[in-house]
Design a binder for this molecule. Structure first.
Ligand SMILES: [Zn+2]
Length: 98
């Protein structure tokens, strides 16, 4: 399958089942994406283990960004439909606000 997210290895933070990296098109300073390492199309198809891994990584990413940029808040975005990435690979977007 020709999925760029499946081939991704340059994670800033990662655990066994999920990885986090800076967005190529940041909406704000420190805009990061968190993805399952396996190809999963949307949130409801995640296994409990993948969900737990992503949850842990959201927490670690937030901590990392808190130290690096001190944002005042975050928006967590889980797009269900995205016409840019094909084939669709789930990502969770952690967008810091200032
Ligand atoms: Zn993929």
């Amino acid at each position: 399958m020709d999925c760029t997210y499946c081939q991704r290895e340059d994670f800033v933070l990662e655990n066994k089942l999920a990885g986090a990296f800076f967005s190529d098109k940041p909406r704000a300073k420190g805009d990061m994406l968190i993805i399952p390492k396996a190809h999963v199309e949307n949130f409801v198809k995640l296994s409990p283990k993948q969900k737990a891994a992503i949850d842990q990584l959201i927490f670690l990413t937030k901590k990392y960004l808190d130290q690096k940029y001190q944002p005042s808040h975050y928006n967590l975005v889980v797009p269900e439909e995205d016409k840019i990435t094909a084939p669709k690979h789930l990502y969770i977007n952690l967008v810091p606000g200032y």
